[in-house]
Design a protein around this ligand. Structure first.
Ligand SMILES: Cc1ncc(C[n+]2csc(CCOP(=O)(O)OP(=O)(O)O)c2C)c(N)n1
Length: 376
C-alpha cells in the first residue's frame, strides 16, 4: 500500500476567506487548522475510495437522467456538482445516526448502502417509497420543502430523552432556509439542545430563484442567531466536508446542542428533469463552477501525491459500469405498484376515513372497467 505524508501549500487558497477548505480547486492541499485534525487518517487509499464513491453517484445521476428521458422514470432530481457535499457528509455518519433527506440526496442514500434501484422506485412511480427507513436509518425522500428538518429535530429530541449516543442529520437546500419549518426546527433543536446536524447544501439555486433572493448574508450566519454551532465549508471539497461533518457530529454528541453546516456548492444540472436552467442561468456561471469540480480536485490532489491515476480511473469505470448495468436490469423488471399500496403505510393502525378513501378509489377504478365493457 502506497503511503505518503501529506504536503501542504501554505499560501491562501482560492475562496478560503469565505469558507473552510482543505483541497483547493487545483488539487493543492492547504492547512486548515479548524478541520485538519478531523481527517488526519485520510491517506491515498481513503482518497481513492472517496473518488470512486463520487464517480459512482455521478454515474447514478447520469443514468437517472437518461432513464427519465427514456420514459422509465417519471422525474429525476440531478445532483451533478454536489457529489462532495453528499459523499463527504454521508461517509462521516455512524450506522445509528438517522438521516432525514430531501429528494436530492442520492449520494447520501448510496453511502447508507441503499440499493440504487430502491432509490429509483419512487421516481418511477413504482412505490410510494423505496426502502424501510428503520432498516437503514434513513427516512424516505421528502418532497415538501423543509418538512424533514422538523422530523429530524423531533427525532433528535427523542434521542436526547432516551440518553442515546446517536445523532440525527437533516439535508435541505438554500431555498428551504426561507421556509418557516426550517426556522421552527432550529428553535426546537436549540431549546432542547437536541443532537441534530442541519446540513444545508447551498447549491445557489432554488429552481429559478438565486440564493441572493433567500438571504443577503451567509446562510450559516443565520443559524448562529438560533444558537447553533456553525461551519461554512467548501461543499466541493470532499475532505473538508468530511472533516466539518465529523466536527459537527462530535459537537452534537457531547450534548452541546445542534449544529449547522453550510456546504457551498453548485447544482450543475437542472433542478429536475422538468426544468430548463438555460432559461434563468448565465452559462458563464456554470463554467466558473465546472472549474471547481469535486472529482477533478481529488484526482489532481492524488496526482500530486504520486497515486496511479490511470489505475484509479479504471477501477472507477468498472464500478460505475457494474452499477449502471445492475440498475438498468432492475428498472426494466421492476413490478408495477399495487393501487392498495397507496393506502398501506399512511397510519400504523386501520383508520375509518382512510378505509373509506380506499373503497371510493377502488370503485372509481372499477368504473373504468365497467365503461370499457359497456362500450364493447
Ligand atoms: C412546501 C413546498 N413549497 C414549494 C415546493 C415546490 N418546490 C419544489 S423544489 C423547490 C425549490 C427548493 O430549492 P432548495 O431548497 O434550494 O433545494 P434544491 O432543490 O436546490 O436542492 C420548490 C419551491 C415544495 N415542494 N414544497
Amino acid at each position: 500500500m502506497l503511503t505518503v505524508s501529506i504536503t501542504f501549500d501554505s499560501s491562501t487558497p482560492e475562496g478560503a476567506e469565505d469558507y473552510l477548505q482543505i483541497l483547493a480547486p487545483d488539487g493543492t492541499r492547504h492547512p486548515c487548522p479548524e478541520l485538519d485534525h478531523w481527517v488526519e487518517e485520510i491517506d491515498i487509499p481513503a482518497l481513492e475510495n472517496l473518488y470512486i464513491d463520487m464517480a459512482c453517484i455521478r454515474r447514478l445521476d447520469t443514468e437517472g437522467t437518461a432513464l427519465q428521458r427514456q420514459g422509465e422514470l417519471g422525474l429525476w432530481a440531478p445532483l451533478l456538482g454536489q457529489e462532495a457535499a453528499q459523499i463527504g457528509s454521508g461517509r462521516a455518519l455512524e450506522h445509528d445516526d438517522f438521516i432525514f433527506p430531501s429528494y436530492r440526496e442520492h449520494g447520501v442514500a448510496y453511502c447508507r448502502g441503499i440499493d440504487p434501484h430502491d432509490l429509483l422506485r419512487m421516481w418511477r412511480g413504482a412505490a410510494p417509497s423505496g426502502w424501510n427507513p428503520y432498516e437503514v436509518n434513513m427516512a424516505n425522500q421528502q418532497i415538501v420543502i423543509g418538512a424533514q428538518t422538523l422530523h429530524a429535530a423531533g427525532y433528535a429530541m427523542g434521542l436526547k430523552f432516551d440518553g442515546s449516543a446517536a445523532a440525527a442529520i437533516t439535508y435541505f437546500g438554500d431555498g428551504a432556509t426561507s421556509q418557516g419549518d426550517v426556522s421552527e426546527a432550529m428553535v426546537f433543536a436549540a431549546s432542547y439542545q437536541a443532537p441534530v446536524v442541519f446540513f444545508c447544501q447551498n447549491n445557489h439555486w432554488a429552481i429559478s430563484e438565486p440564493v441572493t433572493r433567500q438571504t443577503s448574508g451567509y446562510i450559516a450566519d443565520r443559524a448562529k442567531g438560533f444558537g447553533l454551532a456553525t461551519w461554512r465549508v467548501d461543499g466541493n471539497d470532499v475532505v473538508a466536508v468530511l472533516a466539518a461533518t465529523r466536527a459537527a457530529l462530535a459537537h452534537v454528541r457531547t450534548g452541546s446542542g445542534p449544529a449547522f453546516i453550510e456546504a457551498v456548492t453548485y447544482r450543475m444540472g437542472a433542478h429536475t428533469t422538468a426544468d430548463d436552467p438555460t432559461r434563468y442561468r448565465d452559462a458563464l456561471e456554470l463554467e466558473e463552477w465546472a472549474a471547481k469540480d469535486p472529482l477533478d480536485r481529488v484526482a489532481a490532489h492524488l496526482d500530486t501525491l504520486g497515486a496511479d491515476l490511470a489505475a484509479l480511473r479504471e477501477r472507477a469505470k468498472q464500478a460505475t459500469d457494474d452499477m449502471a448495468a445492475g440498475l438498468r436490469e432492475a428498472i426494466t423488471t421492476m413490478p408495477d405498484p399495487e393501487v392498495d399500496d397507496l393506502f398501506a403505510h399512511v397510519y400504523s393502525h386501520p383508520h375509518p376515513w382512510l378505509e373509506e378513501q380506499r373503497e371510493n378509489y377502488a370503485n372509481y377504478l372499477a368504473g373504468f372497467a365497467e365503461n370499457a365493457q359497456a362500450s364493447k
